[in-house]
Design a protein. Structure first.
Length: 347
């Protein structure tokens, strides 16, 4: 009896081990399948924009989305205020499908981009932002790229093309030539144009600083609505971008940018030489495509007033159909087509 019982126990124990081994193998296989699915998901554009990468570049750790093959021609897309990298999500997907290596960084004060030093000045002046992107290219070992953007991003792209043409193979600038200076901004505009800059004057006051800090998300949603009056974006779309305004430096960067433009806040001396060059409104010689929407509710220059600043191969397109200020997100195919067209002009 004892022998038989012990034998039975051994059989049961052996069977149990076998079952455990089988279950373990199944579990490992299931985990591998899950990991494979996760890896596949990570290769999607949605995942690239949700789970951004980071790289140390100049004064910043820059957060950025990356899609498309690294063997492709680099394309850098730059957002404006109050927007973020999601403005380019669909355009990036279209360009990646064409074989471009697309990089979409958060500007300083947005999303996952942070300052390396807590002592760094939270400076929003135009040349500082442009140097961030040159440093970003250096960090990624990109010698030359097609650069495109809108709002602050278009200004940054213009500056890069004007000051470092050897780094920009082609340019796409929504609303064209946006390089300015505090001196130029001393000249008053007609009342209708000044009215569109209402937030610039609001930000010049302490009340404006406190108001923007207290109501950042609501304030920026109002700008989305007024700058793109015919764009019917939903709450989910807005909230994807609104998360980037939670960056701890966002308010300081935005306020400094608009106060610096009006000469109400100082810049940093290390940028004086660059700003002196920009104050002369330098020409841009790289191949360029400019775009404008027919329903842009923000202040913008007329295309005929800036076309002469582009001395290289140049094309301009007016987009119809209620396209507002956030042109890449409202007309992603047309923006992607402009990148491809600008690239073709460089050949």
């Amino acid at each position: 009896m004892n022998t038989i019982a012990n034998f039975g126990k051994k059989v049961i124990f052996t069977l149990s081990l076998s079952m455990l081994a089988t279950a373990g193998a199944s579990l490992v296989h299931a985990q591998q399948l899950s990991q494979d699915k996760h890896a596949q998901a990570d290769n999607t554009v949605d995942s690239a924009f949700l789970h951004t990468k980071k790289i140390r570049a100049g004064l910043l750790d820059i957060g950025y989305a990356e899609v498309g093959p690294k063997t492709g021609k680099p394309v850098i897309l730059l957002h404006g205020w109050p927007y973020d990298i999601h403005s380019f999500e669909k355009s990036a997907e279209l360009l990646a499908a064409k074989g471009y290596w697309v990089l979409v960084p958060y500007l300083r004060g947005y999303g996952t981009t942070t300052f390396i030093s807590p002592k760094a000045v939270r400076n929003g002046q135009q040349s500082a932002v442009a140097l961030d992107i040159i440093a970003f290219m250096d960090a990624l070992k990109i010698d030359k790229a097609v650069v495109g953007g809108f709002d602050w991003g278009a200004r940054t792209a213009d500056i890069m093309a004007a000051l470092w043409p050897e780094r920009v193979s082609a340019l796409v600038a929504v609303s064209g030539y946006l390089i300015g200076s505090p001196k130029t901004n001393e000249i008053p505009l007609p009342p209708a144009a000044e009215f569109l800059w209402w937030y610039q004057y609001y930000f010049s006051t302490e009340r404006g600083y406190k108001g923007y800090k207290a109501h950042t998300a609501a304030f920026n949603k109002l700008i989305w609505k007024t700058a793109s009056p015919k764009w019917s974006f939903d709450e989910e779309t807005y909230q994807r971008s609104a998360k980037s305004f939670e960056n701890p430096d966002h308010v300081a960067i935005v306020i400094h940018n608009y106060r610096w433009r009006l000469g109400l806040a100082p810049g940093e001396k290390q940028y004086d030489e660059l700003e002196a060059k920009l104050a002369k409104s330098p020409d841009i010689t790289v191949p360029t495509v400019t775009l404008e929407g027919d329903a842009n509710g923000a202040a913008f220059p007329l295309p005929e007033n800036y076309a002469s600043k582009y001395k290289g191969k140049y094309k301009h397109h007016n987009l119809m159909g209620g396209i507002g200020h956030n042109l890449p997100q409202e007309a992603p195919k047309e923006f992607a087509d402009a990148i491809i067209e600008a690239d073709s002009l460089s050949k």
